[in-house]
Design a protein around this ligand. Sequence first.
Ligand code: GLA
Length: 372
Amino acid sequence: MLSQRPPMGWNSWNTFGEDINEQTVRAAADAIVEKGLKDAGYEYVVIDDCWSLPERGKDGRIVPNPEKFPSGMKALADYIHSKGLKFGMYSDVGTRTCARFPGSFDHEFIDAETFAEWGVDFLKYDYGYKPKLANGKSLYNRMSMALKATGREILFSACNWGCDESEKWMRSVGAHMYRSTGDIYDCFTSFKDIAMSQVEKLAYSGPGCFNDMDMLICGMRDKGNVARGGCTDTEYRTHFALWCFFQVPLMIGCDLTAVDEGTLALLKNKELIAIDQDPEGRPPIMVTDGEKPVFFKHLANGEYAVAFFNFTDEQSFQELECFDVGLTEASGYGFEFYDVFTGESKGVRADYFTALVPAHDCRIYRGKLVKR
Ligand code: GLA
């Protein structure tokens, strides 16, 4: 079964936009293996918009742009598969994609067949140029059936930006993940606003169909297609921690051929990825709201995690009162937590946990409930 954990991979859009070709995609696949990202769990290599010719061929099929992909998509899929990775592509419910290339409207079954013949394992399905009188739910349902009809296992990654209350029906139409937000840009306010817009909607996210908060901007450093000023290392870490704590897909967006060591270490952070990939897939509880939110989360095997985020421009002293999540001293139990970034033990406590959190930073503790 697909999407039992949030899917992980790389997507071309954030860095390359329309400037994609087979070398770029092969190089990304090479880097995923050589830089240890495959071992960390990243598996899908996804080509976003702008891969085809502007018009369909005479046979009604979408045609890959031969200048960008001279060896063809089947050869690219074979290459990606030879690395032990999976191959993703992109289309759109509408008559055109967002960048005005052919969309799959009224061609769902033939496009799904074409993707399956090429060896596609993942389809991102966008929402541009949807006819106003057409129903989005029906169009996603149709492509979902078309993919299944091919007999090939293809992860269906819907992308309607959270419009039309899609959280209420994306799981029903067979999507394995769905963009529940607008597009991300490489700056602090973009990822912060995206994350906070999801707090209520995470109730809909879980094994089988995860909310998708868009591709990661970690390490982009204001270069590429979604540049908006860039982020500091602290901010990229907070961004990655939010995506992991909210258990959403981790699709890398930076140029992996030029990624710096710090970003690589962040993208491979075992503790954060373990939270993202926790098998229970439960959304966090927001204990404190506002610009200094505190979240509490149930993990598998009786474990818990707490996250302190500081979105303000000042250092902040943050606190989780144990009674706020239902644990009193009278219970005889306490949380035995450690800091996931430093490994430092926080002791066994039934009163409160504190964290001194620098501006735009976060602290995450994890552990279990033990007898005191
Ligand atoms: C939309 C999507 C983006 C990207 C572009 C491509 O904006 O939300 O993720 O796929 O289209 O044109």
